[in-house]
Design a protein around this ligand. Structure first.
Ligand SMILES: [Zn+2]
Length: 275
């Protein structure tokens, strides 16, 4: 999970979303707002709205890495507009551009209509969700646990064990004396568990990350060799930057002192640390 670049929508799409959100906000009660948001969402591909959501899809595609990889797992094709704050719980964010990203089906299912917040003035995570047929009442207000890759850098909260298991894990310590560190740990722990990011919905991510690790090593070595031969590698570097599982590359750079094969390459060509 890595931060997403920012993109602005066209004025038309911005206006379209505002109109839809105003429509939802105009409902007199929270329950009616939830119902309205769901109805509009279900009909978002109606002829009048399709151009707007096509543009949103195209813009979200531009924000994806590589071959339209999912913003959460970085592994699968992103083909569903995901609400970072679920529309069933937060209808006031159902048609807000900053609340969207492109995710894959399995990540979307894993997250579903879950969101977690800290119980106010505590370090206690509270899972916000709504079972089928449960009363539609506003959720508890509180600071979110879920890490928002449109606003935050998830890799400041998480790490990958590139020395062994290739699991995605929270950074820092849960029992740290530093309150900030404890809160960040809790946020990473909850985000990883909500998305099943530790090893993926099918336990497939450690292998995918390990393969990415090997690809980074091979490709880095090849490009540095080409540089030493005086070749133009502009395109190769651009392609390197778009390689899958960027989080693995970020972790390789952070952990390079413990990765002698990489450290040798970084010392040969320190600029590669900026790739
Ligand atoms: Zn995914």
């Amino acid at each position: 999970m890595i931060p997403l670049p920012n993109r602005d929508l066209s004025p038309d799409a911005t206006g379209c979303l505002k109109e839809l959100q105003d429509d939802v906000n105009g409902e007199p009660s929270y329950a009616e707002q939830v119902a309205r948001a769901k109805t509009i969402w279900k009909n978002k591909n109606s002829p009048a709205r399709k151009p707007c959501f096509d543009h949103i899809g195209a813009t979200l595609t531009e924000m994806c890495r590589g071959a339209r990889r999912c913003a959460y797992c970085e592994d699968s094709l992103a083909d569903e507009i995901e609400h970072i704050k679920p529309k069933d719980l937060y209808p006031e964010s159902a048609f807000v551009w900053e609340n969207y990203l492109y995710a894959c089906g399995p990540c979307n299912v894993a997250k579903s209509n879950k969101f977690s917040v800290f119980k106010p003035d505590t370090e206690e995570p509270v899972l916000i969700t709504r079972a089928r047929n449960a009363p539609v009442v506003p959720p508890l207000k509180g600071e979110p646990l879920f890490i928002d890759p449109r606003r935050e850098d998830p890799m400041e909260f998480m790490r990958i064990d590139v020395l062994g298991t290739f699991l995605m894990l929270p950074k820092g310590r849960k029992d740290s004396e530093d309150r900030e560190e404890r809160l960040r740990y809790l946020r990473a722990e909850r985000t990883i568990s909500d998305l099943k990011l530790e090893s993926g919905t099918a336990g497939h991510l450690p292998l995918a990350r390990k393969q990415a690790y090997r690809n980074f090593k091979t490709r880095l070595g090849e490009i540095i060799a080409m540089i030493e031969e005086g070749k133009d590698v502009t395109r190769d570097i651009d392609e390197f930057k778009a390689m899958d599982h960027r989080s693995v590359w970020i972790e390789i750079k952070r952990s390079r002192r413990a990765l002698p094969d990489f450290e040798v390459l970084f010392q040969k060509h320190p600029e590669s640390l900026n790739w």
